[in-house]
Design a protein around this ligand. Structure first.
Ligand code: PLP
Length: 403
């Protein structure tokens, strides 16, 4: 198993490239990919990296080099994937609420297409008939925790076509002669309970008979990784065994040999990523001690948006006495990374690292407060390479029209 980068490795990178900086450890991504392959070795499986979690083209190239496929949610992600060297048959496009023109554009690029609403399905069928295969994204109405949520009164999600609309799907498929080769579900993120996948798979198997040309079932993702000690990780080993058995049973019953597809994002890149910042100021208030760092939710928004926990280390003073801090950003808006966090004494100028920063970190960054986006560095074979320059002032004005 590939271990976390050492404090010294992180300090060296911060010294060479400055802060704030995102660092990605390539071998850790490969390691996670190997874990998935091992867990699902008894299935006819394909993994599509959900690249919305981290789209730097160097990451895409690396993921391509280790043999994974690519899941994209926009035409631009598809273009990036093609540029990175993925074959079009190894790219899956899973959009939500996009204009039909975008679907047409992506169809011209020749990748696998996943359709997630009735209106688009109808337009696609009318335009292309059976000349281009499609996958249908279904909403199995499953609640995390393992209960079917079949009641039509509680259909809250905007994703997928409800399984209760199967009659309508069938009508469209029949009338337009659509070639449906896959069915898909993706029920959410950070799913600890593998029953969510297994019950979803049951729903998928029950729908499979509606589609005689079916070749694969895509179970999406939502594999959870630990963010702090004691945190659960999705038990992919058990899931792998159960999925293999379920597909074998399905084959026995129906004579159909289907592939299973997954779309891991976070699972592949979360732990490979580190975000290094510098303590600008230590500020004592009547209530607390704040560490104000040279970053904010403009660079890492997960703690503010999802209340997510990111472990933080003071890599400049790892043996200092432990004290309690609120770690905050420098944005003019409440942007607290961590409340009441025990850290080795932080001094102004110290480097802090946030762990699990690979997924939805840089990807969700912005120029809020006219601050500059951080640099990104990829560590491969022990060598650190800059893969995105830090923004400069001119980047803020790019696209602005000035008289
Ligand atoms: C976001 C997304 C994923 C990845 O989810 P993770 O929790 O990062 O693994 C997979 N499939 C689809 C369709 C998605 O939108």
């Amino acid at each position: 198993m590939v271990k976390n980068l050492t404090h010294q490795q992180l300090i060296d990178i911060a010294n060479e490239f400055g802060t704030p900086v995102y660092v990605y450890h390539a071998e850790r991504i490969a390691d996670q990919y190997k874990k998935l392959q091992k867990a699902f070795k008894n299935s006819n499986v394909r993994f599509f990296y959900a690249c919305k979690s981290l789209t730097n083209i160097n990451i895409l190239k690396y993921v391509q080099s280790i043999g994974a496929n690519l899941d994209c949610v926009s035409v631009n992600e598809v273009r990036l994937g093609l540029m990175a060297g993925f074959d079009k048959q190894n790219i899956l496009y899973t959009p939500n609420c996009v204009d039909f023109n975008e679907i047409v554009e992506v169809k011209e690029l020749g990748v696998n297409i996943n359709i997630d609403n009735i209106s688009i399905l109808e337009q696609f069928g009318n335009k292309y008939g059976n000349s281009y295969p499609v996958c249908i994204r279904l909403n199995p109405h499953i609640m995390a925790g393992g209960n079917y949520k079949i009641s039509t009164g509680h259909i809250d999600s905007k994703f997928g076509i409800s399984i209760h609309q199967m009659r309508h799907i069938e009508r469209i498929v029949k009338t337009t002669n659509l070639n449906v080769t896959g069915i898909h579900m993706h029920t959410g993120s950070e799913i600890k309970d593998i029953r969510v996948f297994l019950e979803g798979l049951d729903v998928m198997f029950n729908t499979a008979s509606h589609f005689p040309n079916l070749q694969f079932i895509d179970l999406g993702s939502g594999f959870k990784v630990p963010y702090q000690t004691g945190d659960a990780e999705t038990d992919i080993t058990t899931l792998g065994e159960k999925v293999a058995l379920a597909f074998a049973d399905f084959e026995k019953e129906t004579g159909k040999k289907l592939q299973v597809w997954f779309e891991p994002g976070k699972y592949l890149v979360s732990q490979a990523g580190y975000f290094i910042v510098k303590a600008n100021v230590i500020k004592q208030t009547p209530a607390a001690v704040f560490v104000g760092v040279n970053s904010g939710f403009n660079h890492l928004i997960r703690p503010m948006m999802y209340d997510s926990y990111h472990h933080i280390d003071n890599i400049s003073n790892p043996t200092g006495a432990e004290r309690i801090y609120n770690v905050v950003g420098n944005i003019c808006e409440t942007d607290t990374f961590a409340w009441d966090r025990k850290l080795h004494e932080v001094r102004e100028g110290d480097l802090l690292v946030f762990y699990n920063a690979g997924a939805y970190g840089f990807e969700m960054s912005s120029n809020f407060n006219s601050r500059l986006k951080p640099a990104e560095v990829l560590l491969v074979n022990g060598k650190a390479k800059l893969i995105r320059k830090r923004d400069v002032f001119e980047d803020l004005l790019r696209n602005q029209l000035v008289d």
